[in-house]
Design a protein around this ligand. Structure first.
Ligand SMILES: *Cc1c(COP(=O)(O)O)cnc(C)c1O
Length: 421
């Protein structure tokens, strides 16, 4: 994959658009995405599975801006949704219902009804009570609900604890050992039809071994279920393939990943479904922020910027490491400094980087927080009454404000003061 964010003429660009010019036009902070980077990452995945025609159900919780969904939908992607809101976004973006899978441990009745009404590809069911509820609701609507059971294989994904989902202590899925009982229950239920089996063991997985173990277990199970007469038409291997955050980090190899999938899943004779999120969106976006102050504390330097943990919570929540680059290209002999790069929020956890060596910056300089395309804007909040920031999509030399900055009037105006105060 070629990097869409490169220095051209001494300034960091997204495709052919200068981030300094963009900052002057729309103000900071803002997220900037590259359409070509999205095309490249999805294209690379489609290429890796060329010939087996998988359903690539983009896990849109990674980045669900309507412009991004429209772009990916037009390139053939389906969607993995986890809420009514995401389902409505996918439909509004023109993604066909038969390309939508509905995941999540807590589906409400309204979410089930809407999914059935639209005729989505399937519900990825995560518990027996959920199966019961879905059977009931499908019955009320005179429909047969297509289901896939999410299996928890009790495999260690070797990723951060907060994004590890395939261990038996995690809330996700049905224990591997119970799978056959549960599929027998589905076969006996009047308004359910088993169409697939799914698994999702975690996120930002860069070591292929956990996938190897999980897919082997999945394949064994599917073989047994098919032998028992269950009409398993697809196998959904989830998402979780990691990206490179650190420039020198070990890069998961998409071809090796695809080979692993094909080795385990192709012999089953089922359609392959994938749910990649981060792998598609992660490196397709940056967060651009401006330095407000450079402060020298008793023990270390702080670069205080205008973005904060409410805009990008990954460092705080997952101890995530993001590369941070000055928008003005540093010279090889530029002086460096070691600093914490922090926001203005009244929390010690409010930082974007700690103990980071970077070219010396001063007030007014622009920085780009790299690999912020996934789990960035979608996880933003308004803590400290900080409005949600702008999002921009760049394509070649064009750019478009795909979400305007929220105004203070919007934000404050959402509250309503009772007349009796
Ligand atoms: C979050 C999630 C994904 C996507 O994970 P990535 O690491 O972004 O690829 C896929 N499937 C399910 C069920 C998820 O919860």
């Amino acid at each position: 994959m070629t990097d869409a964010f490169t220095y051209q003429g001494g300034s960091l660009h997204a495709d052919a658009v200068d981030l300094a010019t963009l900052s002057a036009e729309i103000g900071t902070p803002f997220y900037c995405y590259s359409a070509s980077a999205f095309r490249d990452s999805l294209g690379e995945l489609q290429q890796a599975f060329n010939g087996i025609d998988p359903l690539i159900a983009y896990a849109m919780k990674a980045n669900s801006n309507q412009a991004i969904l429209t772009l990916l939908g037009k390139l053939g992607a389906g969607a993995d949704v986890v809420s009514l809101g995401e389902l409505e976004r996918a439909i509004a973006a023109g993604i066909a219902p038969e390309k939508i899978v509905f995941s999540g441990v807590g589906k409400s009745k309204a979410e089930m009804r809407r999914g059935l009404e639209l005729g989505i590809h399937c519900f990825n069911v995560e518990s027996e009570p959920e199966l019961e509820r879905l059977n009931l609701i499908a019955g009320e609507m005179g429909q047969i609900a297509p289901v896939s059971v999410r299996i928890n294989p009790n495999v260690d994904a070797k990723t951060h604890a907060k994004i590890s989902t395939g261990k038996s202590e995690n809330k996700f899925g049905i224990p591997y050992e119970r799978a056959e009982t549960v599929y027998a229950e589905i076969a006996a239920a009047k308004n359910l039809r088993a169409v697939g089996v799914d698994m999702h063991i975690g996120s930002q997985i860069t070591d292929l071994e956990p996938f190897d173990n999980a897919f082997a277990l999945l394949a064994e199970l599917v073989t047994r279920l098919k032998a028992a007469g269950h009409p398993i038409a697809h196998v959904d291997i989830g998402g979780g393939l990691g990206i490179v955050y650190e420039p020198l980090a070990h890069k998961p190899d998409i071809a090796a990943y695809a080979a692993l999938v094909v080795k385990h899943i192709a012999p089953l004779g089922c359609r392959l479904v994938l749910e990649p999120g981060r792998w598609i969106a992660g490196n397709a976006g940056v967060l651009v922020t401006r330095v407000e102050y450079v402060k020298t504390g008793a023990e270390r330097h702080f670069v205080i910027v205008d973005a904060a943990m409410n805009d990008l919570i990954r460092p705080t929540l997952y101890e995530a490491w993001h590369d941070i680059a000055p928008v003005t290209e540093p010279q090889p002999d530029s002086e460096t400094m070691t600093a914490d790069i922090v926001g203005a929020i009244c929390e010690t956890g409010d930082y974007l980087a700690q103990n980071r060596v970077l070219p010396k910056v001063v007030e007014g300089d622009l920085l780009a927080v790299k690999s912020a395309g996934a789990y960035g804007a979608v996880m933003a909040g308004t803590y400290n009454t900080r409005p949600l920031i702008a999002e921009v999509l760049v394509d070649g030399d064009r750019h478009h404000l795909i979400r305007p900055r929220q105004t203070l009037a919007d934000l404050i105006g959402q509250d309503d003061v009772p007349g009796w105060l």
